[in-house]
Design a protein around this ligand. Structure first.
Ligand SMILES: *Cc1c(COP(=O)(O)O)cnc(C)c1O
Length: 383
């Protein structure tokens, strides 16, 4: 099946007793057994719930994985993957990454003795040089957040495999509609389903998709043992939302392309970061590993000033000033004080993230209205 069909049908079948085309929301904690350990495949809802199973089958289908594991949040999904590591193990991670990932790595796992190196992955050489005899995991985010740099997944996964390290890709920004890392050699994909997969800003959720036997066994054990699972209602919402993923992402990409060009041509706008520009240093790799360039655009004003940037973000009316991304509605955010505030200013600036950067998550509204909103906010800001 092709991708657009899989977003609707992968692993789905009508419910057995009624024929309902959508799985019921199974609000239950336990399941009746005929005799001890003789049951219909479900024992206790921390371990499995049919609504969650339906979502997991669909997500596995989207990433062409044998298995998917749904979690209560993207952070819980990352936490489960990192718990495969042991004290002394070393992880190489992208230097420009989601602030919550950085916080999880440095404030939860470093104190347990896991070591992290944050590396500019636009150069393969930097990554090659960061490996040690204890490196167990390569953690890639691409496009990176919020600078929208591009990392070559297949080249780096090959280097990692040579060191017997697993490659994990946080595919939240691209979504499986644009990029399928397992097909490029990654061992596991992590998602915040809160973003493009859910798509309607009405849930918090996460997932790991993988065909790697050891990771599958470990995650099955962990969902059962540590229990950071999503409830059935959130699974239902994710399942309902994901069915329009292909259409939503296509429209977001079209709108983002139009806005990126509009911003680049605007006399009051400075640097615009968008991997669809041929001058973007990662454009070539993005053209190869992605189906389109995504719905995210970051930029700064020509007058590169934090206060002016903040005034701009408070002046839009269609773009809502909010954290998060990947919903049907357009959002504007200030990474330095919002999503990335947990990264020290010095570390942020070393990675190129300045206090004046503005990040857009472009939704599926009419592009003309989005441009008019930005134009009006720029006039108001600079008046
Ligand atoms: C939001 C986000 C996360 C964390 O997911 P939650 O669902 O908010 O816990 C992880 N990675 C990226 C790239 C994100 O944007």
């Amino acid at each position: 099946m092709k991708f657009n069909t899989r977003t609707i049908h992968a692993g789905q079948k009508p419910e057995e007793t009624s024929g309902a085309v959508m799985p019921p929301v199974f609000f239950t904690s336990t399941y009746a057994q005929e005799a001890p350990n003789r049951h219909k495949g479900h024992e206790y809802a921390r371990v499995t719930n049919p609504t969650r199973t339906a979502l997991e089958h669909l997500l596995a289908g989207l990433e062409e994985a044998t298995h998917a594991f749904a979690f209560a949040s993207g952070c819980a999904a990352m936490d489960a993957l990192l718990k495969m590591l042991r004290p002394g193990d070393h992880v190489i991670a992208t230097n420009d990454l989601y602030g919550g990932s950085y916080r999880l790595f440095t404030q939860v796992f470093e104190p347990y003795g896991i070591r992290f190196s944050f590396v500019d992955m636009s150069s393969d050489e930097n990554v090659r040089n960061a490996f040690t005899s204890r490196t167990r995991m390569l953690w890639i985010e691409t496009p990176t957040n919020p600078l929208l740099n591009i990392v070559d997944i297949s080249a780096l996964a090959e280097i990692a495999a040579g060191h017997k390290a697993v490659t994990v890709v946080d595919n939240t920004f691209a979504s499986p509609a644009l990029q399928q890392p397992l097909l490029l050699g990654a061992d596991a994909v992590v998602h915040s389903t809160t973003k493009y997969i859910g798509g309607h800003s009405d849930l918090i959720g996460g997932a790991v998709c993988t065909s790697h036997d050891e990771i599958c066994d470990n995650l099955a054990f962990q969902t059962k043992t540590t229990g950071a699972i999503p409830g059935p209602m959130d699974c239902y919402l994710a399942l309902r939302g994901v069915k329009t993923l292909a259409l939503r992402v296509q429209r977001s990409c079209e709108n983002a392309r139009e806005l990126a060009n509009f911003l680049a041509d605007h006399p009051d706008v400075g640097d615009v970061r968008y991997p669809g520009f041929t001058a973007h240093p990662g454009h070539h790799i993005a053209s190869r590993q992605m189906n389109d360039f995504g719905g995210m655009v970051s930029f700064s004003l020509k007058k590169d000033d934090k206060q002016l940037a903040e005034r701009f973000m408070s002046s839009t009316t269609i773009f809502t000033l909010a954290e998060s991304l990947g919903g049907v509605e357009s959002l504007v955010s200030h990474p330095a004080s919002m999503t990335h505030a947990s990264i020290p200013k010095k570390v942020r600036e070393a990675a190129g993230l300045r206090d004046s950067l503005i990040r857009l998550s472009v939704g599926i509204e009419d592009a003309d209205d989005l441009k008019a909103d930005i134009e009006a906010a720029l006039s108001k800001t600079l008046a």
